[in-house]
Design a protein around this ligand. Structure first.
Ligand SMILES: [Zn+2]
Length: 303
C-alpha cells in the first residue's frame, strides 16, 4: 500500500508525498481537484484519490507533463472512477503514450510492436507553446520545457506554483543516478535557464518534491552534462566508435550493472550526446562496411 500524503505548498496548490510528486490543485468554490500527472499505477492513483476525497473534492482534470509511463499510469483508474475527467497532454506526449515502442526504438532495443498497446484516455490536446490554460475557469498556464523527452511541458497554478515534471531532477536522483535522461541537450539547457528565470513561488519536481529555488540544482545538472559531453567526445576522439561501443564504454565508466534497464537508459542518453556533438560539428557519422561509426572531426579541417 502506498503511503501518500497531500502536502500543502501555497494557496490551493499541493503535491503528493512519496516517490512521485503528483501535483494537486484543490479549487474551493467548485470542490474540484486538478492533478498534474497521475502517478505510476492504479495503486498509487487509489491512494491519491483517497487523500483528495477525504478533503471533499472530486478529480475533474489531469494535466500531463510528458508521456512516460510513471506519469500517466494512474489515468485508467481515474477515468473509471470519474468518467467525466478531462485529460490533457501535448500531441508529442500522446504519441509517446500511444506507442510505448517509440521508447524502445530510441533506446536501440528491439521494439515489440503492438504488444500491450491501448489508447490513452487523453481528451484535450495542448499546443506546445506558453500560454493560458483555463480549466473550468481556473487559470492555469502551460510552460514549454523541452529537453527531457519530446512534448514536455510544465504547468503553473493560479498560486504561481510551477509543476515542472522531469525538466529537472531532485537531489535524491542526482545522488542515486550518474546519468540523467535528456534527449535534447541544447533544449534542456535552454529549459534550465527558463526555469531559473520563471521565479515561481515554488517548483514541484516530479522526482524530487518541492524546491523554492533551483539554481543550485541546475548547476549540478549542467556540471553533469558538460562532463558527459567531454567524456563521449574524448572516447570518439581516441578512435572511431559505434553507438554500441560507446554505450559499453559509458556503462563501464559509471560501473553500471548489466541489465536491460541500465542499458536502455544509457543507450538513450548516449544518443542524445552523440546528436549534440554532431550538431556542434565536433564529430561526424560515417558508415564503413555496413557499420555506423562516429569519428572526431578536427577543427578547421576544411569541411
Ligand atoms: Zn520522464
Amino acid at each position: 500500500m502506498y503511503d501518500i500524503q497531500l502536502i500543502h505548498i501555497y494557496g490551493s496548490s499541493y503535491f503528493c508525498s512519496g516517490k512521485y510528486a503528483v501535483g494537486v490543485y484543490l479549487d474551493k468554490s467548485s470542490k474540484s481537484a486538478i492533478l498534474v500527472d497521475s502517478g505510476p499505477d492504479e495503486h498509487s492513483a487509489r491512494a491519491i484519490d483517497q487523500q483528495i476525497a477525504d478533503q471533499g473534492y472530486r478529480i475533474s482534470a489531469i494535466l500531463h507533463t510528458h508521456g512516460h509511463r510513471n506519469n500517466y499510469g494512474g489515468d485508467r483508474y481515474f477515468i473509471e472512477r470519474y468518467p467525466e475527467v478531462r485529460i490533457y497532454s501535448t500531441a508529442a506526449a500522446l504519441s509517446w503514450m500511444t506507442h510505448p515502442d517509440l521508447e524502445a526504438i530510441c533506446c536501440g532495443e528491439i521494439p515489440s510492436f503492438y504488444k500491450n498497446r491501448e489508447m490513452p484516455p487523453v481528451t484535450d490536446l495542448l499546443e506546445e507553446r506558453d500560454g493560458p490554460l483555463p480549466i473550468e475557469g481556473i487559470k492555469f498556464k502551460v510552460m514549454t520545457l523541452p529537453g527531457h523527452v519530446p512534448g514536455t511541458v510544465g504547468f503553473v497554478s493560479p498560486d504561481n506554483v510551477l509543476y515542472c515534471g522531469d525538466a529537472v531532477f531532485g537531489d535524491k536522483i542526482l545522488k542515486k543516478q550518474s546519468l540523467l535522461l535528456y534527449t535534447d541537450i541544447s533544449e534542456a539547457k535552454r529549459t534550465f535557464r527558463k526555469l531559473a528565470e520563471a521565479e515561481p513561488k515554488a517548483y514541484v519536481v516530479y522526482h524530487g518534491g518541492i524546491y523554492y529555488e533551483v539554481s543550485k540544482l541546475i548547476d549540478k545538472h549542467l556540471g553533469r552534462m558538460s562532463q558527459l559531453l567531454m567524456l563521449v567526445e574524448s572516447r570518439i576522439k581516441q578512435k572511431p566508435v559505434t553507438l554500441e561501443m560507446l554505450v559499453k564504454q559509458i556503462m563501464a565508466h559509471f560501473s553500471l550493472e548489466d541489465g536491460l534497464e541500465p542499458y536502455s537508459l544509457t543507450s538513450h542518453i548516449v544518443r542524445a550526446y552523440v546528436a549534440e556533438l554532431l550538431d556542434l560539428d565536433r564529430i561526424r557519422a560515417r558508415v564503413r562496411e555496413g557499420t555506423l561509426f562516429f569519428e572526431y572531426r578536427e577543427p578547421n579541417n576544411g569541411f
